[in-house]
Design a protein around this ligand. Structure first.
Ligand SMILES: [Zn+2]
Length: 294
């Protein structure tokens, strides 16, 4: 094994030093010698890591790889994510870029099943393994260059995450615009009922009733009793269109069981109708004991 390993870094030097210190203490407690020296060289600080007379213990290589992997995953990753939002999506405004960055960070911290390889533990393992392989054949490590040239698949993963975050952001923006359009329609509609009761039954079937629990007249809307077996969006569109057409002062949602209203539908109704919408705590329609509600 080489007598020394030289690690050159230009950013997060204090954090790297702290990580290295805590890890070398572990080795020293186990009786393994490692000596770290620092030297400035231009914008870099070079950490030279050497052992006793017999050279570096093989465990030191793993330790150094773990310390650099820590640095990359805990510090550089955030900077890289932000840089990708900047260079890859120049059409985003500053505040939009910040939103995308936050969404990307959240995705990194809670990766979904399909991309479970993006968990922090896995990312760190990947980076550490590459570092160990590299340090076996080279005693000089430039962390900047290593990330760019030896972690191309890892960088591709980060770009993928930012891409999904941009999609999330654009969808969210589209949704907000959709909600404000619906609110505009609602505010400009003459109320045709004081209260409308919405009775929802699976799968996607609903009926509307007035304040006396009489079916709402068909004069306002064609087909207020609707069966939709296609998609959730169709069902939501029809329900919301019906309610906006009637523009009631109050909407009461009756839904037996947890499956009748999806969280998305509920969120949309609450966003559009705001404090005009309320959920029934339980009545004969909810319990399914009333004929009209079936
Ligand atoms: Zn009810």
């Amino acid at each position: 094994m080489s007598h020394a390993i030289f690690i050159g870094i230009a950013k997060h030097i204090d954090a790297f030093r702290d990580t290295l210190d805590s890890k070398t203490h572990l080795l020293e407690n186990a009786g393994i010698k490692i000596r770290i020296q620092e030297q400035a060289s231009g914008r870099f600080v070079i950490f030279s890591c050497s052992g006793g007379d017999t050279g570096l213990d093989p465990l030191c290589l793993s330790l150094l790889a773990a310390a650099v992997a820590d640095l990359i995953i805990s510090r550089w990753e955030k900077v890289m994510l932000f840089n990708i939002t900047k260079t890859g999506y120049p059409f985003l405004k500053e505040d939009e870029r910040r939103c995308v960055y936050e969404l990307a960070l959240a995705r990194m911290e809670h990766p979904d099943g399909e991309h479970g390889q993006l968990t922090m533990a896995r990312r760190k393992r990947l980076v550490q393994t590459r570092l160990e392989e590299f340090l076996l054949s080279s005693s000089h490590l430039n962390v900047d260059g290593f990330v760019v040239f030896r972690l191309k698949d890892y960088l591709a993963d980060l770009r993928w995450v930012v891409g999904r975050a941009v999609e999330d952001f654009l969808l969210e923006r589209e949704y907000r615009e959709f909600i404000s359009l619906l609110r505009f329609f609602l505010e400009n509609q003459r109320p045709r009922a004081v209260t409308v009761h919405v009775v929802v039954r699976p799968p996607g079937r609903f009926q509307l009733y007035d304040h006396d629990f009489r079916p709402v007249s068909y004069q306002y809307m064609d087909g207020l009793i609707v069966d939709v077996n296609h998609s959730e969006i169709d069902y939501e569109d029809i329900l919301i269109s019906a309610l906006i057409t009637i523009a009631p002062v109050k909407v009461v949602l009756h839904a037996p069981g947890p499956v009748c209203l999806t969280p998305h539908t509920l969120t949309t109704l609450q966003a559009v109708f705001q404090d005009k919408v309320a959920q029934c705590p339980g009545c004969r329609f909810c319990m399914g004991t009333d004929k009209a509600g079936r």
